[in-house]
Write a protein that binds this ligand. Structure first.
Ligand code: FE
Length: 339
């Protein structure tokens, strides 16, 4: 009896430090409700405790930079490849080796040097007011500079990274000069000085302020699926149009939410395990159903609502180009007078 007590105390003291070390610290620019349930599921399956800090993307990046090697963060979760690229160039991420991530995530949705990985993707299509615009009148982002759209387009401001990334993709497609000309003509067709978020552009179009809105796909899904009847009614007045689908054209602009292991991660293995967990069918399905995003893995289908929008050709550009062209995009938007 005495001996077995000693043995179990010894066994416990041996196990205790190892058990306590099984944790991972996450900085997330995704809202708590869009990540916490997933992290809880990860803990249940792996036994690894997750400590979560949520905040604004730019603030979290600044925090990582200031904390340097003393940072408690092992994982950074944020949206937009432009921001993931920013974190990479700020030197706060590290390259990791994971066959799972390489196999599961298409090459263009992750960093070529394995410093960040797209975990869900979203499109930024064109939305039009049914009855006011015929889909045959639409074709591409480029064609939105046509005079017929004068005073009819709603889009948010240039300080939002989603639009910076859209223009960055156009720089990649046709060069700075053409992208700059496009921005100038595009701005002339705005219905109003940019204000509000993506949902506000859809609402403005529904209320008659414009006939075309540009927004990320998951906002439209959330408005259609949500409990807010006014938002649902607004979204129902609009339909989705997939731009740049013609043969030989590049496809609709897409972007990701993604994750990375921090440069000074103290729990690197657990951090990799967490990122890998986020590509499992269960996680991918959760994001697809919960937030109307597109799964990055081939084995998982988008939600039923989104499948109902039909498939589309996505721009296959490697998304790190969105980061590389970000500064130039900002400059061009500024020159174009895109507020
Ligand atoms: Fe968003």
């Amino acid at each position: 009896m005495f001996k077995s007590l000693i043995t179990s105390i010894l066994a416990f003291s041996f196990l205790a430090p190892a058990f306590a070390a099984e944790e991972v610290n996450v900085y997330s620019a995704r809202k708590e409700k869009l990540i916490k349930p997933l992290l809880e599921e990860f803990t249940k399956e792996s036994g690894i405790k997750v400590n979560l800090l949520t905040g604004k993307a730019d603030a979290l990046l600044k925090k990582l930079e200031l904390e340097g090697e003393n940072t408690p963060a092992d994982v950074l979760i944020t949206t937009d490849a432009g921001r993931l690229y920013r974190a990479k160039t700020a030197g706060v991420l590290q390259a990791i080796e994971s066959e799972t991530l390489i196999e599961q995530i298409p090459e263009n949705l992750r960093d070529p040097e394995n410093e960040w990985f797209g975990l869900t993707y979203r499109a930024r299509p064109i939305f039009y007011v049914k009855g006011k615009v015929k889909p045959e009148e639409l074709s591409s982002y480029e064609a939105l500079t046509d005079e017929k759209w004068k005073g009819r387009i709603c889009i948010r401001s240039s300080n939002n990274i989603y639009n910076q990334s859209l223009l960055a993709s156009m720089i990649a497609a046709s060069g700075e000069e053409q992208a700059g000309e496009w921005a100038k003509s595009f701005v002339k067709n705005f219905a109003r000085p940019p204000k509000g978020g993506d949902r506000d552009q859809i609402k403005a179009a529904a209320s008659g302020q414009c006939d075309i809105a540009i927004a990320n796909s998951y906002y439209y899904a959330a408005m259609l699926n949500g409990k807010d009847e006014a938002q649902k009614a607004a979204a129902n007045k609009l339909a989705i149009f997939w731009p740049n689908q013609a043969e030989g054209d590049r496809g609709a602009h897409v972007n990701v939410s993604g994750g990375a292991v921090t440069k000074h991660a103290k729990h690197k293995e657990n951090a990799i395990k967490l990122l890998e967990y986020m590509t499992t069918k269960a996680s991918q399905t959760w994001y697809a159903e919960k937030n109307g995003e597109y799964p990055v893995t081939a084995e998982t289908k988008p939600s039923e609502l989104i499948q109902g929008w039909g498939g589309f050709k996505a721009d296959s550009l490697n998304l790190s180009a969105l980061g590389e062209n970000n500064a130039e995009a900002l400059k061009l938007m500024d020159k174009a007078g895109w507020k």
